[in-house]
Design a protein around this ligand. Structure first.
Ligand SMILES: [Zn+2]
Length: 248
């Protein structure tokens, strides 16, 4: 099973899963980007996976449905009306013979889900967890987002994380301000700065790395608590209060 990034808009990636001439795409915001690739590689589109309703993740679905016989998987209760196979927590689907479990991760939006394959150590998490950051909280509460990230943080450490935006460099510029004493973070930031200066993609990332560098998975760290205390106006912030302050 190959997983390839199709760059779309200014900083989105539409992830394409390819297996034996068939393909599935995750969050196709732009149909033309997908169609051009399918044509070039002579692939047949069989599935579309949606993580949440935002237009940059769903905008291409209707056009793709018009020219391909494919299933559209997505959140059970989504404002996006194009979902055909509606998924809830712990539902399982098979994509090119690979089983994916659904994890509900509200926060960025209320309908947000992630697709996790334990066999292949793969996570498609849309706009929930980014490398060095996390999605903005548009519809949920900080508490919901914190709980959602906590659910992802207990997956296998080797899990490869396929998020939807190339935000890594700006996330790391922020992270280093929150936790300047983190040597792992500094090392990773230098690596990413070099990759991006060569126009290379920074993704996928993995859970082990993110737990070492991502401030949104590190609300328990004393240095981070110290650095947000004045901003949060709390002398001994809890992990959730720390997370909320960092997100703010
Ligand atoms: Zn979004």
């Amino acid at each position: 099973m190959n997983i390839l990034p199709l760059p779309a808009f200014t900083d989105n990636y539409i992830w394409l899963i390819e297996e034996n001439g068939k393909a599935s795409v995750v969050d196709p915001g732009d149909a033309d980007v997908v169609n051009n690739f399918l044509k070039e590689k002579d692939l047949k589109l069989t599935n579309i996976l949606i993580t949440h309703h935002h237009y940059d993740h769903t905008g291409g679905v209707q056009k793709l449905k018009e020219s391909h016989e494919c299933n559209v998987y997505g959140p059970y209760d989504s404002p996006f009306k194009g979902v055909e196979i509606k998924l809830k927590e712990n539902d399982k689907i098979s994509i090119h013979g690979c089983s994916f479990k659904i994890i509900e991760v509200p926060g960025h939006t209320l309908d947000h889900i992630a697709y996790y394959s334990e066999d292949q150590n793969i996570l498609f998490c849309g706009d929930t967890l980014f490398s060095g950051g996390c999605g903005r909280i548009f519809e949920g509460t900080p508490h919901q987002m914190y709980e959602s990230l906590s659910k992802l943080s207990v997956l296998d450490l080797s899990t490869k994380i396929y998020c939807t935006h190339e935000y890594t460099q700006s996330n790391l510029n922020f992270a280093i301000k929150i936790e300047p004493g983190n040597d792992n973070l500094l090392e990773y930031k230098n690596k990413i700065d070099e990759k991006r200066s060569n126009n290379e993609i920074s993704l996928p990332t993995n859970l082990k790395l993110e737990k070492n560098i991502n401030p949104f998975l590190r609300s328990h760290v004393l240095e981070i608590k110290e650095n947000i205390k004045d901003f949060a106006k709390i002398s001994q912030p809890s992990d959730l209060e720390t997370f909320s302050a960092v997100r703010s």
